[in-house]
Design a protein around this ligand. Structure first.
Ligand code: MTE
Ligand code: MO
Length: 202
């Protein structure tokens, strides 16, 4: 028996989206969930800096105004949270991690993103270079909202979204890998959504 079709309702469902864009175990959302492990920190832009620290020849720091002078990119990308929501075609403006890393010399192969509020996440350098990661300060052509990481967050869309550290203040180059906040609590060290690398044991 065919189920009756409810006429008059023609809301566009996101089921018409190319399924190859959805990593295994994920579902689509249209809203933008907020996931924070603690309270939203607030910092005056006059106090905000972005730094490259750790195993580098000489650390570098930019003020907010200096950071805005760096070449920026407009990025349209899909994002995937380990709690299983995915959001397609999000649009961001920010600075490629390649641009800030160009300013230092290092032999390290891992970075730890550090943030206001104390959150950290570790990433192989190979996952944040070659046009794969940005420090973004606009979402949907508006200043990035505080609950989504404003004034600036990391965006690493090819990994689960916990790697996209909100309220990011810098990258520390590490000679030895060190688990970040969620990685230390059992989440996967790398977090590739296409391989379903959710937990340390995956
Ligand atoms: N500083 C910081 N960054 C963070 C988090 C956090 O708790 N603190 N949560 C992570 C997780 S688990 C996810 S899914 C995304 C959520 O980003 P959103 O709140 O903008 O959706 O931010 C990531 N970055
Ligand atoms: Mo998440």
């Amino acid at each position: 028996m065919r189920r009756p079709i409810s006429r008059g309702f023609r809301g566009r469902r996101r089921t018409d989206v190319d399924p190859s864009r959805l990593p295994p175990g994920q579902y689509l959302v249209d809203d933008f969930p907020v996931l924070s492990a603690g309270p939203t920190p607030h910092i005056a832009l006059s106090d905000w800096t972005f730094s490259i620290t750790g195993a580098v020849d000489a650390p570098r720091t930019w003020s907010w105004d200096e950071f805005l002078e760096l070449p920026s990119e407009y990025v349209r990308t899909d994002i995937h949270c380990v709690t299983k929501w995915s959001k397609l075609d999000t649009v961001w403006t920010g600075v490629s991690v390649d641009v800030v890393l160009e300013e230092v010399e290092t032999s390290a192969e891992v970075v730890s993103a550090f943030c206001d509020g104390g959150y950290t996440t570790n990433l192989p350098l190979a996952d944040v270079t070659d046009g794969q990661a940005w420090i973004v300060y606009e979402y949907d052509d508006e200043p990035l909202a505080p609950e989504h990481g404003g004034p600036a967050r990391l965006l690493v869309p090819h990994l689960y979204f916990w790697k996209s550290a909100k309220w990011v203040r810098g990258l520390e180059l590490l000679d030895e890998d060190e688990p970040g906040f969620w990685e230390g609590l059992g989440y996967h060290n790398r977090g590739d959504p296409w391989k379903e690398e959710r937990y340390w044991s995956d």
